[in-house]
Design a protein around this ligand. Structure first.
Ligand code: UD1
Ligand code: CA
Length: 471
Protein backbone atom coordinates (compact mmCIF):
# COMPACT_ATOMS: atom_id res chain seq x y z
CA UNK A 1 0.00 0.00 0.00
CA UNK A 2 1.31 3.46 -0.72
CA UNK A 3 2.29 5.63 2.20
CA UNK A 4 -0.31 8.17 3.37
CA UNK A 5 1.60 11.43 3.79
CA UNK A 6 0.44 14.85 4.86
CA UNK A 7 2.76 17.80 5.35
CA UNK A 8 3.01 20.52 7.97
CA UNK A 9 4.73 23.77 6.99
CA UNK A 10 5.60 26.14 9.84
CA UNK A 11 4.97 29.71 8.83
CA UNK A 12 3.73 31.59 11.87
CA UNK A 13 6.85 33.57 12.86
CA UNK A 14 7.53 37.22 12.12
CA UNK A 15 11.20 36.69 11.32
CA UNK A 16 12.63 39.65 13.20
CA UNK A 17 16.11 39.16 11.75
CA UNK A 18 14.71 40.18 8.33
CA UNK A 19 14.18 43.69 9.76
CA UNK A 20 11.10 44.01 7.59
CA UNK A 21 7.47 44.98 8.07
CA UNK A 22 6.58 41.96 5.93
CA UNK A 23 6.47 38.57 7.72
CA UNK A 24 9.43 36.48 6.61
CA UNK A 25 7.54 33.74 4.77
CA UNK A 26 5.90 36.37 2.52
CA UNK A 27 9.18 37.55 1.04
CA UNK A 28 9.51 36.46 -2.56
CA UNK A 29 11.98 34.55 -4.68
CA UNK A 30 11.42 34.15 -8.42
CA UNK A 31 7.81 35.28 -8.12
CA UNK A 32 6.76 32.99 -5.27
CA UNK A 33 6.62 33.65 -1.55
CA UNK A 34 8.86 31.53 0.67
CA UNK A 35 5.84 29.69 2.07
CA UNK A 36 4.65 28.81 -1.45
CA UNK A 37 8.07 27.31 -2.22
CA UNK A 38 7.89 25.12 0.91
CA UNK A 39 4.32 23.95 0.29
CA UNK A 40 5.10 23.19 -3.37
CA UNK A 41 8.13 21.08 -2.37
CA UNK A 42 6.03 19.07 0.12
CA UNK A 43 3.24 18.41 -2.39
CA UNK A 44 5.73 17.58 -5.16
CA UNK A 45 7.35 15.06 -2.86
CA UNK A 46 4.07 13.18 -2.47
CA UNK A 47 2.18 14.80 0.41
CA UNK A 48 -1.55 14.52 -0.18
CA UNK A 49 -2.24 17.86 1.50
CA UNK A 50 -0.43 20.44 3.53
CA UNK A 51 -1.34 22.09 6.83
CA UNK A 52 0.23 25.54 7.06
CA UNK A 53 0.72 26.90 10.57
CA UNK A 54 -0.09 30.61 10.41
CA UNK A 55 0.28 33.51 12.82
CA UNK A 56 2.01 36.70 11.69
CA UNK A 57 0.54 37.96 8.43
CA UNK A 58 -2.01 35.19 8.70
CA UNK A 59 -4.57 36.56 6.20
CA UNK A 60 -2.00 37.12 3.48
CA UNK A 61 -0.27 33.78 4.07
CA UNK A 62 -3.65 32.04 3.76
CA UNK A 63 -4.54 34.04 0.65
CA UNK A 64 -1.35 33.39 -1.31
CA UNK A 65 -1.25 29.69 -0.50
CA UNK A 66 -4.95 29.09 -1.10
CA UNK A 67 -4.77 30.93 -4.42
CA UNK A 68 -2.00 28.63 -5.60
CA UNK A 69 -2.85 25.29 -3.98
CA UNK A 70 -6.62 25.48 -3.47
CA UNK A 71 -8.05 22.50 -1.61
CA UNK A 72 -4.64 20.99 -1.01
CA UNK A 73 -3.83 23.45 1.79
CA UNK A 74 -5.47 23.81 5.18
CA UNK A 75 -4.49 26.07 8.04
CA UNK A 76 -3.81 25.90 11.75
CA UNK A 77 -3.53 29.04 13.84
CA UNK A 78 -0.68 29.64 16.25
CA UNK A 79 -1.65 32.87 17.98
CA UNK A 80 1.52 33.17 20.05
CA UNK A 81 4.78 31.69 18.85
CA UNK A 82 6.09 29.43 21.58
CA UNK A 83 8.48 27.56 19.32
CA UNK A 84 8.55 25.03 16.50
CA UNK A 85 7.30 22.20 18.76
CA UNK A 86 4.34 24.31 19.79
CA UNK A 87 3.60 25.13 16.15
CA UNK A 88 3.45 21.42 15.25
CA UNK A 89 1.23 20.80 18.26
CA UNK A 90 -1.19 23.44 16.92
CA UNK A 91 -1.27 21.71 13.52
CA UNK A 92 -1.83 18.25 14.98
CA UNK A 93 -4.58 19.37 17.35
CA UNK A 94 -6.42 21.68 14.97
CA UNK A 95 -6.10 19.88 11.66
CA UNK A 96 -4.72 16.34 12.04
CA UNK A 97 -6.32 15.00 15.24
CA UNK A 98 -7.33 11.68 13.62
CA UNK A 99 -4.63 11.35 11.01
CA UNK A 100 -2.75 8.04 10.78
CA UNK A 101 0.28 7.90 8.52
CA UNK A 102 3.43 9.91 7.96
CA UNK A 103 3.73 13.61 8.74
CA UNK A 104 6.32 15.46 6.66
CA UNK A 105 7.38 18.59 8.55
CA UNK A 106 9.10 21.54 6.89
CA UNK A 107 9.90 25.07 7.98
CA UNK A 108 8.43 27.79 5.82
CA UNK A 109 11.77 29.56 5.56
CA UNK A 110 13.74 26.95 3.56
CA UNK A 111 12.53 27.68 0.02
CA UNK A 112 15.18 25.81 -1.96
CA UNK A 113 14.53 22.40 -0.39
CA UNK A 114 14.60 19.94 -3.32
CA UNK A 115 11.54 17.65 -3.59
CA UNK A 116 13.94 14.79 -4.42
CA UNK A 117 15.51 15.00 -0.94
CA UNK A 118 12.03 14.88 0.61
CA UNK A 119 11.11 11.83 -1.46
CA UNK A 120 14.29 10.07 -0.38
CA UNK A 121 13.49 10.87 3.26
CA UNK A 122 9.92 9.56 2.95
CA UNK A 123 11.10 6.34 1.33
CA UNK A 124 13.70 5.73 4.02
CA UNK A 125 11.35 6.56 6.91
CA UNK A 126 8.62 4.17 5.81
CA UNK A 127 7.69 1.89 8.74
CA UNK A 128 9.93 3.85 11.15
CA UNK A 129 9.11 6.41 13.80
CA UNK A 130 11.20 9.28 12.61
CA UNK A 131 13.53 10.25 9.80
CA UNK A 132 15.37 13.49 9.25
CA UNK A 133 17.71 15.15 6.80
CA UNK A 134 21.16 16.25 7.96
CA UNK A 135 23.91 18.16 6.20
CA UNK A 136 27.51 19.26 6.72
CA UNK A 137 28.31 22.91 6.99
CA UNK A 138 31.77 24.46 7.47
CA UNK A 139 30.40 27.33 9.57
CA UNK A 140 27.43 25.76 11.36
CA UNK A 141 26.64 28.73 13.62
CA UNK A 142 22.94 29.29 14.22
CA UNK A 143 21.86 25.78 13.26
CA UNK A 144 20.88 22.92 15.55
CA UNK A 145 23.71 20.32 15.75
CA UNK A 146 23.20 16.62 15.10
CA UNK A 147 24.20 14.42 18.04
CA UNK A 148 25.25 10.87 17.15
CA UNK A 149 26.12 7.85 19.24
CA UNK A 150 27.78 4.89 17.52
CA UNK A 151 26.91 6.50 14.25
CA UNK A 152 23.19 6.79 14.94
CA UNK A 153 21.36 10.07 15.36
CA UNK A 154 20.29 10.39 18.98
CA UNK A 155 19.28 14.03 19.23
CA UNK A 156 19.61 17.65 18.15
CA UNK A 157 21.13 20.43 20.23
CA UNK A 158 20.12 24.00 19.42
CA UNK A 159 23.00 26.40 18.81
CA UNK A 160 22.11 28.48 21.86
CA UNK A 161 22.09 25.39 24.10
CA UNK A 162 25.37 23.85 22.89
CA UNK A 163 28.44 23.42 25.05
CA UNK A 164 31.86 24.05 23.47
CA UNK A 165 32.34 20.51 22.12
CA UNK A 166 28.80 20.37 20.69
CA UNK A 167 29.29 23.76 19.08
CA UNK A 168 32.23 22.29 17.12
CA UNK A 169 29.98 19.68 15.43
CA UNK A 170 29.67 20.51 11.76
CA UNK A 171 26.68 18.29 11.01
CA UNK A 172 23.53 20.40 11.25
CA UNK A 173 19.76 20.18 11.21
CA UNK A 174 18.18 21.79 8.13
CA UNK A 175 14.76 21.23 9.74
CA UNK A 176 13.11 18.51 7.65
CA UNK A 177 11.45 15.55 9.31
CA UNK A 178 9.18 12.65 8.44
CA UNK A 179 7.42 11.34 11.54
CA UNK A 180 4.84 8.69 12.28
CA UNK A 181 1.65 10.56 13.28
CA UNK A 182 0.84 8.53 16.39
CA UNK A 183 4.38 8.84 17.74
CA UNK A 184 4.44 12.58 16.92
CA UNK A 185 1.18 13.22 18.75
CA UNK A 186 2.52 11.59 21.92
CA UNK A 187 5.97 13.17 21.66
CA UNK A 188 4.82 16.78 21.25
CA UNK A 189 2.52 16.40 24.23
CA UNK A 190 5.67 15.67 26.30
CA UNK A 191 7.81 18.63 25.15
CA UNK A 192 9.18 20.98 27.80
CA UNK A 193 10.60 24.48 27.52
CA UNK A 194 13.61 24.10 29.80
CA UNK A 195 16.11 25.55 27.30
CA UNK A 196 17.96 28.75 26.41
CA UNK A 197 15.00 30.21 24.52
CA UNK A 198 12.20 29.00 26.84
CA UNK A 199 10.42 27.51 23.82
CA UNK A 200 8.97 24.16 22.84
CA UNK A 201 11.57 22.79 20.46
CA UNK A 202 10.40 20.40 17.76
CA UNK A 203 13.99 19.19 17.66
CA UNK A 204 13.55 17.53 21.08
CA UNK A 205 11.24 14.99 19.45
CA UNK A 206 14.27 13.42 17.76
CA UNK A 207 15.80 12.18 21.03
CA UNK A 208 12.45 10.61 22.01
CA UNK A 209 12.18 8.58 18.82
CA UNK A 210 14.98 6.09 19.58
CA UNK A 211 14.66 4.64 16.10
CA UNK A 212 15.91 7.44 13.87
CA UNK A 213 16.93 7.18 10.22
CA UNK A 214 18.72 9.96 8.38
CA UNK A 215 19.31 11.15 4.84
CA UNK A 216 22.27 13.27 3.81
CA UNK A 217 21.38 16.52 2.08
CA UNK A 218 23.37 19.30 0.49
CA UNK A 219 23.35 22.40 2.67
CA UNK A 220 23.41 24.86 -0.23
CA UNK A 221 19.95 23.60 -1.22
CA UNK A 222 18.66 23.32 2.32
CA UNK A 223 19.79 26.59 3.82
CA UNK A 224 17.23 28.62 5.71
CA UNK A 225 16.34 32.28 5.35
CA UNK A 226 16.76 34.24 8.56
CA UNK A 227 17.96 37.56 7.14
CA UNK A 228 18.05 39.30 3.79
CA UNK A 229 21.54 38.13 2.95
CA UNK A 230 20.38 34.53 3.27
CA UNK A 231 17.30 35.42 1.22
CA UNK A 232 19.60 36.53 -1.59
CA UNK A 233 21.67 33.34 -1.24
CA UNK A 234 18.55 31.16 -1.54
CA UNK A 235 17.38 33.24 -4.50
CA UNK A 236 20.67 32.50 -6.28
CA UNK A 237 20.20 28.74 -5.72
CA UNK A 238 16.63 28.77 -7.02
CA UNK A 239 17.45 30.99 -9.99
CA UNK A 240 20.19 28.59 -11.02
CA UNK A 241 17.80 25.65 -10.65
CA UNK A 242 15.12 27.31 -12.80
CA UNK A 243 17.62 28.36 -15.47
CA UNK A 244 19.34 24.98 -15.57
CA UNK A 245 16.03 23.14 -16.02
CA UNK A 246 15.05 25.45 -18.88
CA UNK A 247 18.44 25.29 -20.60
CA UNK A 248 18.60 21.49 -20.35
CA UNK A 249 15.14 21.35 -21.93
CA UNK A 250 16.45 23.36 -24.88
CA UNK A 251 15.81 27.02 -24.02
CA UNK A 252 18.55 29.26 -25.38
CA UNK A 253 19.70 31.13 -22.30
CA UNK A 254 22.78 32.99 -23.45
CA UNK A 255 24.06 33.94 -20.00
CA UNK A 256 22.09 32.23 -17.20
CA UNK A 257 24.05 34.06 -14.51
CA UNK A 258 22.43 37.35 -15.51
CA UNK A 259 19.02 35.97 -16.49
CA UNK A 260 16.12 36.27 -14.02
CA UNK A 261 13.16 34.03 -14.80
CA UNK A 262 10.29 33.57 -12.36
CA UNK A 263 9.27 30.03 -11.49
CA UNK A 264 5.94 30.25 -13.30
CA UNK A 265 7.36 31.36 -16.68
CA UNK A 266 7.74 29.10 -19.69
CA UNK A 267 10.62 29.38 -22.15
CA UNK A 268 10.24 26.79 -24.90
CA UNK A 269 13.04 24.87 -26.57
CA UNK A 270 14.77 26.93 -29.23
CA UNK A 271 13.62 30.28 -27.88
CA UNK A 272 16.50 32.69 -27.26
CA UNK A 273 16.82 34.77 -24.12
CA UNK A 274 19.75 37.19 -24.13
CA UNK A 275 21.69 38.41 -21.06
CA UNK A 276 20.12 40.71 -18.49
CA UNK A 277 16.57 39.74 -19.32
CA UNK A 278 13.91 39.58 -16.58
CA UNK A 279 10.84 37.39 -17.18
CA UNK A 280 8.38 37.95 -14.36
CA UNK A 281 5.03 36.51 -13.39
CA UNK A 282 3.72 34.13 -16.02
CA UNK A 283 5.56 34.89 -19.24
CA UNK A 284 5.60 32.44 -22.13
CA UNK A 285 8.35 32.66 -24.74
CA UNK A 286 7.59 30.36 -27.64
CA UNK A 287 10.00 28.37 -29.72
CA UNK A 288 11.89 30.52 -32.22
CA UNK A 289 11.16 33.79 -30.40
CA UNK A 290 14.08 36.03 -29.49
CA UNK A 291 14.13 38.26 -26.42
CA UNK A 292 17.17 40.48 -26.67
CA UNK A 293 19.35 42.15 -24.05
CA UNK A 294 17.78 43.97 -21.12
CA UNK A 295 14.12 43.26 -21.79
CA UNK A 296 11.86 43.31 -18.70
CA UNK A 297 8.58 41.43 -19.22
CA UNK A 298 5.73 40.64 -16.85
CA UNK A 299 2.91 38.28 -17.87
CA UNK A 300 3.78 38.58 -21.56
CA UNK A 301 3.39 35.95 -24.25
CA UNK A 302 5.96 36.14 -27.03
CA UNK A 303 4.85 34.04 -30.01
CA UNK A 304 7.02 32.02 -32.36
CA UNK A 305 9.45 34.04 -34.42
CA UNK A 306 8.78 37.32 -32.63
CA UNK A 307 11.76 39.54 -31.93
CA UNK A 308 12.00 41.83 -28.93
CA UNK A 309 14.88 44.18 -29.52
CA UNK A 310 16.98 45.37 -26.56
CA UNK A 311 15.39 47.14 -23.60
CA UNK A 312 11.77 46.46 -24.36
CA UNK A 313 9.60 46.79 -21.25
CA UNK A 314 6.22 45.06 -21.47
CA UNK A 315 3.44 43.93 -19.16
CA UNK A 316 0.30 41.83 -19.60
CA UNK A 317 0.61 41.81 -23.39
CA UNK A 318 0.64 39.44 -26.33
CA UNK A 319 3.31 39.70 -29.01
CA UNK A 320 2.23 37.84 -32.12
CA UNK A 321 4.15 35.62 -34.48
CA UNK A 322 7.05 37.36 -36.20
CA UNK A 323 6.10 40.69 -34.62
CA UNK A 324 8.98 43.06 -33.82
CA UNK A 325 9.27 45.40 -30.87
CA UNK A 326 11.84 47.97 -29.72
CA UNK A 327 14.53 48.84 -29.04
CA UNK A 328 13.32 50.91 -26.06
CA UNK A 329 9.60 50.31 -26.45
CA UNK A 330 7.08 50.28 -23.61
CA UNK A 331 4.07 47.99 -23.99
CA UNK A 332 1.60 48.58 -21.20
CA UNK A 333 -1.20 46.18 -20.25
CA UNK A 334 -3.58 44.80 -22.86
CA UNK A 335 -1.37 45.45 -25.83
CA UNK A 336 -2.02 42.86 -28.51
CA UNK A 337 0.35 42.82 -31.46
CA UNK A 338 -0.83 40.66 -34.35
CA UNK A 339 1.31 38.61 -36.65
CA UNK A 340 4.07 40.51 -38.40
CA UNK A 341 3.27 43.85 -36.77
CA UNK A 342 5.88 46.29 -35.50
CA UNK A 343 6.29 48.72 -32.63
CA UNK A 344 9.55 50.64 -32.93
CA UNK A 345 11.81 52.70 -30.73
CA UNK A 346 10.48 55.06 -28.05
CA UNK A 347 6.87 54.07 -28.62
CA UNK A 348 4.35 53.50 -25.84
CA UNK A 349 1.26 51.36 -26.24
CA UNK A 350 -1.63 50.66 -23.87
CA UNK A 351 -4.86 48.66 -24.31
CA UNK A 352 -4.37 48.57 -28.04
CA UNK A 353 -4.74 45.93 -30.70
CA UNK A 354 -2.43 46.28 -33.67
CA UNK A 355 -3.58 44.35 -36.74
CA UNK A 356 -1.55 42.11 -39.02
CA UNK A 357 1.46 43.81 -40.57
CA UNK A 358 0.69 47.20 -39.05
CA UNK A 359 3.48 49.50 -37.90
CA UNK A 360 3.96 52.07 -35.16
CA UNK A 361 7.60 52.75 -35.77
CA UNK A 362 8.90 55.85 -34.04
CA UNK A 363 8.14 57.90 -30.91
CA UNK A 364 4.39 57.40 -30.89
CA UNK A 365 1.80 56.95 -28.13
CA UNK A 366 -1.10 54.65 -28.96
CA UNK A 367 -3.55 54.10 -26.10
CA UNK A 368 -7.08 52.65 -26.30
CA UNK A 369 -6.54 51.93 -29.98
CA UNK A 370 -8.21 49.50 -32.32
CA UNK A 371 -5.90 49.32 -35.31
CA UNK A 372 -6.62 47.22 -38.38
CA UNK A 373 -4.25 45.48 -40.78
CA UNK A 374 -1.47 47.13 -42.82
CA UNK A 375 -1.87 50.45 -41.03
CA UNK A 376 1.05 52.86 -40.81
CA UNK A 377 1.22 55.16 -37.81
CA UNK A 378 3.90 57.79 -38.48
CA UNK A 379 6.57 59.24 -36.22
CA UNK A 380 5.41 61.20 -33.21
CA UNK A 381 1.71 60.40 -33.60
CA UNK A 382 -0.30 60.70 -30.40
CA UNK A 383 -3.62 59.04 -29.63
CA UNK A 384 -5.25 61.63 -27.36
CA UNK A 385 -7.27 59.03 -25.46
CA UNK A 386 -7.94 60.85 -22.20
CA UNK A 387 -10.10 63.92 -21.69
CA UNK A 388 -9.13 64.31 -18.07
CA UNK A 389 -12.13 62.26 -16.95
CA UNK A 390 -12.62 59.32 -19.30
CA UNK A 391 -10.66 57.21 -21.75
CA UNK A 392 -11.89 57.04 -25.37
CA UNK A 393 -11.12 54.76 -28.29
CA UNK A 394 -9.30 55.59 -31.50
CA UNK A 395 -10.16 53.25 -34.38
CA UNK A 396 -7.97 52.98 -37.47
CA UNK A 397 -9.48 50.72 -40.11
CA UNK A 398 -7.39 48.57 -42.48
CA UNK A 399 -4.78 50.29 -44.70
CA UNK A 400 -4.97 53.67 -42.96
CA UNK A 401 -1.92 55.94 -43.17
CA UNK A 402 -1.40 58.47 -40.39
CA UNK A 403 1.25 61.10 -41.21
CA UNK A 404 3.90 62.04 -38.69
CA UNK A 405 3.22 64.32 -35.75
CA UNK A 406 -0.54 64.03 -35.95
CA UNK A 407 -2.83 63.96 -32.96
CA UNK A 408 -5.97 61.85 -33.08
CA UNK A 409 -8.42 63.15 -30.50
CA UNK A 410 -10.58 60.24 -29.34
CA UNK A 411 -13.26 59.08 -29.75
CA UNK A 412 -12.48 59.09 -33.44
CA UNK A 413 -12.50 56.66 -36.36
CA UNK A 414 -10.35 56.84 -39.48
CA UNK A 415 -12.06 54.89 -42.25
CA UNK A 416 -10.48 52.19 -44.36
CA UNK A 417 -7.62 53.33 -46.57
CA UNK A 418 -7.87 56.98 -45.47
CA UNK A 419 -4.89 59.31 -45.19
CA UNK A 420 -4.21 61.75 -42.39
CA UNK A 421 -1.81 64.49 -43.46
CA UNK A 422 1.27 65.08 -41.31
CA UNK A 423 0.83 67.52 -38.48
CA UNK A 424 -2.94 67.24 -38.39
CA UNK A 425 -5.06 67.44 -35.28
CA UNK A 426 -8.00 65.15 -36.05
CA UNK A 427 -11.15 65.70 -34.02
CA UNK A 428 -13.79 64.35 -36.43
CA UNK A 429 -14.19 60.93 -38.05
CA UNK A 430 -12.50 60.56 -41.45
CA UNK A 431 -14.47 58.66 -44.12
CA UNK A 432 -12.93 55.66 -45.87
CA UNK A 433 -10.65 56.63 -48.72
CA UNK A 434 -10.52 60.35 -47.74
CA UNK A 435 -7.54 62.60 -47.08
CA UNK A 436 -7.84 64.63 -43.87
CA UNK A 437 -5.71 67.74 -43.44
CA UNK A 438 -6.22 69.63 -40.23
CA UNK A 439 -3.39 72.13 -39.78
CA UNK A 440 -3.54 75.52 -38.13
CA UNK A 441 -3.33 77.49 -41.42
CA UNK A 442 -2.38 77.02 -45.00
CA UNK A 443 1.30 77.16 -45.89
CA UNK A 444 2.57 80.48 -47.26
CA UNK A 445 6.05 80.61 -48.93
CA UNK A 446 7.61 84.12 -48.85
CA UNK A 447 10.32 84.15 -51.56
CA UNK A 448 13.73 85.41 -50.35
CA UNK A 449 12.47 86.06 -46.85
CA UNK A 450 14.89 83.66 -45.17
CA UNK A 451 17.98 85.67 -46.22
CA UNK A 452 16.47 88.92 -44.93
CA UNK A 453 15.49 87.26 -41.67
CA UNK A 454 19.00 85.91 -41.13
CA UNK A 455 20.55 89.37 -41.76
CA UNK A 456 18.20 90.93 -39.25
CA UNK A 457 19.07 88.35 -36.58
CA UNK A 458 22.82 88.75 -37.24
CA UNK A 459 22.57 92.54 -36.85
CA UNK A 460 20.71 92.15 -33.60
CA UNK A 461 23.44 89.81 -32.30
CA UNK A 462 26.26 92.25 -33.34
CA UNK A 463 24.71 95.14 -31.50
CA UNK A 464 24.21 93.00 -28.40
CA UNK A 465 27.91 91.94 -28.50
CA UNK A 466 29.34 95.56 -28.86
CA UNK A 467 30.76 96.99 -25.63
CA UNK A 468 28.75 99.92 -24.26
CA UNK A 469 30.13 103.36 -25.28
CA UNK A 470 31.81 105.09 -22.34
CA UNK A 471 29.76 108.16 -21.24
C1 UD1 B 1 15.26 25.93 13.53
C2 UD1 B 1 15.63 24.63 14.28
C3 UD1 B 1 17.14 24.39 14.11
C4 UD1 B 1 17.46 24.30 12.65
C5 UD1 B 1 16.99 25.55 11.89
C6 UD1 B 1 17.12 25.32 10.40
C7 UD1 B 1 14.12 24.36 16.18
C8 UD1 B 1 13.98 24.51 17.65
N1 UD1 B 1 15.31 24.74 15.68
O1 UD1 B 1 15.88 27.00 14.18
O2 UD1 B 1 17.51 23.17 14.74
O3 UD1 B 1 18.88 24.14 12.48
O4 UD1 B 1 15.61 25.82 12.16
O5 UD1 B 1 16.74 26.42 9.66
O6 UD1 B 1 13.22 23.87 15.52
N2 UD1 B 1 7.88 29.00 13.51
C9 UD1 B 1 6.52 28.96 13.81
N3 UD1 B 1 6.14 29.09 15.09
C10 UD1 B 1 7.02 29.24 16.11
C11 UD1 B 1 8.40 29.26 15.82
C12 UD1 B 1 8.80 29.14 14.49
O7 UD1 B 1 5.68 28.83 12.92
O8 UD1 B 1 6.58 29.35 17.27
C13 UD1 B 1 8.29 28.88 12.10
C14 UD1 B 1 8.96 30.14 11.59
O9 UD1 B 1 8.01 30.99 10.97
C15 UD1 B 1 9.97 29.59 10.59
C16 UD1 B 1 10.28 28.18 11.09
O10 UD1 B 1 9.25 27.86 12.00
O11 UD1 B 1 9.42 29.49 9.29
C17 UD1 B 1 11.64 28.08 11.77
O12 UD1 B 1 11.71 28.99 12.85
P1 UD1 B 1 13.04 29.78 13.21
O13 UD1 B 1 12.75 30.65 14.39
O14 UD1 B 1 13.61 30.40 12.01
O15 UD1 B 1 13.97 28.58 13.72
P2 UD1 B 1 15.57 28.56 13.79
O16 UD1 B 1 16.01 29.36 14.95
O17 UD1 B 1 16.13 28.89 12.48
CA1 CA C 1 15.22 29.57 10.50
Amino acid sequence: MSQDVVAIVLAAGQGTRMKSALPKVLHRIAGRTLVEWSVAAALDAGARECVVVVGHGRDTVEDVTRRRFGERVRFALQTEQHGTGHAVRCAMEQALADFEGTVLILYGDCPATPPATLKELLAKTRGRRLGLVTARLSSPRGYGRILRREGRVVGIREDKDCDASERAIDEVNPGIYAVDAAFLRAAIADLGSDNAQGELYLTDVVAMAEDVVDVQGEMRQLQGVNDRWQLAACAAVLRERINEALARAGAGLVDPSTTYIDADCVVEADATVAPQVHLRGRCVVRSGAHVDVGCVLRDVEVAAGAYLQPYTVAADSHIGERAQVGPFAHLRPQTILSEGSKVGNFCETKKTTLGKGSKVNHLAYVGDGVIGARVNVGAGVIFCNYDGVQKHTTTLEDDVFVGSDSQLVAPVTIGQGAYVASGSTITKDVPAGALAIARHRKQDNKEGYATRLRERFAAAKRSADEPDEPE
